[in-house]
Design a protein around this ligand. Structure first.
Ligand SMILES: *Cc1c(COP(=O)(O)O)cnc(C)c1O
Length: 434
């Protein structure tokens, strides 16, 4: 009989998948080696959750839709694993800006993260790779690496409002590339791509015959004067899996309601990808029916002034932070065009005490109790990301503290020049010696 021997020790190991699943932001933030300054109230500009401060609240209609769902007996049943028909139809109607969408093209998921998981796992497997933007939100790495799917990065250009470096994108594609991820509007950059630029990206995908995973969780989340265009609305041939959900626009991250929409005009995916997605849905048996039942009402009954108000608020916050932080020596904020974040360059050479963005944000945290996400969490050193949805007074206070911190630590100009000159003369000497 197996296991009879008493000498054999217990050996229970976590799987390769479990051991190799990492969430970069959580890892870095949970392992900070410093504490906030006890004399200053903590300001977390790190949390990509617009609800934590309670300053932006969804309208009554949204809450009522879920109350009604509770009162309806049918909201307690299992649904089909890809979601209830009425709810999928509601998402299809809501998503007409993406092109022709029917209820059959929609799969309901547990948040956008689950939609991304479906998209990645139906298209890519061990030994293949997917391309993601750098800097970029890192959930794709979390979802893919444990499965043996390699993550490859294409560059974005900070000097060109974070447009895709098309040469870099083309260069990263190889015969193992299963998909290109495009995040628009972007987390963490806040960029919003023009139709023209989206067409350039589609052109590369088309020529190389690589499908696109479009992370459009920030669809419609753009500032005045900017226009969001769904990638799928422009695609002539490239098949696209678009991932979105209620989370950001409806301010309900904890409700975990997202969706994936299959766009495949030329039937390139064929039956296999659609069937594959249906099969994968069977693993979790569909997202919560409580929210599914409320979806038709949520997606149609929200007053437009609610969305407009949220965007107006975030845009004015972006302007406030951008103007303030331009006065911080050694920092260069880059004004976003949408979403709810701003990237700020840290000119690390201006701060002789710090070698990288992580050291900068750790000291900022321990002295000023302001927490930002270091660029390395987005595979992008020498930057940090702040969240713009905190209340205005708190954002003002945070900016003041960041400015004070930079003034305390930036190397004075004369000294900075001296350092650079010294470095140069050292370099010269080295060149002479070797
Ligand atoms: C927040 C976010 C997600 C995850 O959304 P959930 O609906 O909470 O799973 C996915 N992609 C990007 C770019 C995000 O910012």
């Amino acid at each position: 009989m197996a296991g009879q021997g008493t000498e054999r020790p217990w050996q229970v190991r976590a799987t390769f998948l479990a051991r190799n699943t990492n969430n970069l932001i959580r890892n870095v933030i949970e392992n900070l080696k410093v504490q906030p300054n006890p004399e200053k109230k903590l300001i977390p500009l790190s949390l990509g959750d617009p609800t934590v401060f309670g300053n932006i609240t969804p309208p009554e209609e949204l809450l009522q839709a879920v109350r009604d769902s509770i009162d309806n007996n049918k909201s307690r049943t299992y649904g089909p694993t890809n979601g209830q028909l009425e709810a999928r139809q509601a998402v299809a109607d809501y998503s007409i800006h993406q092109g022709r969408v029917t209820a059959d093209d929609v799969i309901l998921t547990s948040g956008c993260a689950h939609a991304l998981e479906l998209a990645i796992t139906v298209l890519a497997e061990d030994g293949q790779n997917i391309l993601v933007p750098r800097p970029g939100y890192m959930i794709y790495m979390t979802l893919a690496e444990g499965l043996g799917i390699q993550i490859k990065y294409y560059d974005l250009l900070p000097e060109q409002k974070w447009k895709v470096d098309l040469g870099s994108l083309q260069k990263q594609i190889d015969d193992k590339t299963a998909a290109i991820v495009v995040i628009n509007p972007s987390n963490p950059c806040g960029s919003v791509y023009s139709e023209e630029h989206l067409l350039e990206i589609l052109d590369i995908a088309s020529k190389n015959r690589v499908p696109i995973i479009a992370d459009e969780i920030y669809e419609h989340f753009v500032f005045s004067g900017h226009k969001y265009t769904a990638m799928s609305a422009l695609s002539k041939d490239v098949p696209i899996l678009t991932c979105s959900g209620l989370t950001k626009r409806f301010l309900v991250p904890g409700w975990r309601m997202g969706w994936l929409i299959v766009h495949d005009r030329n039937n390139i995916f064929g039956k296999e990808i659609r069937q594959g997605l249906r099969n994968l849905c069977g693993r979790l048996l569909g997202p919560t029916t409580l929210i599914q039942h409320a979806l038709p009402s949520i997606l149609t009954s929200m007053p437009q002034h609610f969305f407009d108000g949220v965007m107006f608020f975030i845009e004015s916050q972006a302007k406030l932070a951008c103007e303030a932080l331009q006065r911080a020596p050694g920092l260069r904020p880059i004004m976003p065009q949408g979403s709810m974040y701003m990237m700020i360059e840290i000119k690390v050479s201006m701060f002789s005490e710090f070698q990288n963005d992580l050291q900068f944000i750790e000291r900022l945290y321990s002295e000023q109790s302001v927490l930002c996400i270091p660029g390395q969490c987005f595979y992008y050193p020498n930057f940090m990301r702040i969240v713009l949805t905190v209340p205005e007074e708190i954002l003002r206070e945070a900016c003041q503290r960041i400015i004070a911190f930079c003034k305390d630590h930036a190397t004075p100009k004369e000294k900075h020049m001296e350092m650079i000159t010294n470095k140069l003369s050292v370099d010269k000497e080295w060149r002479v010696i070797y």
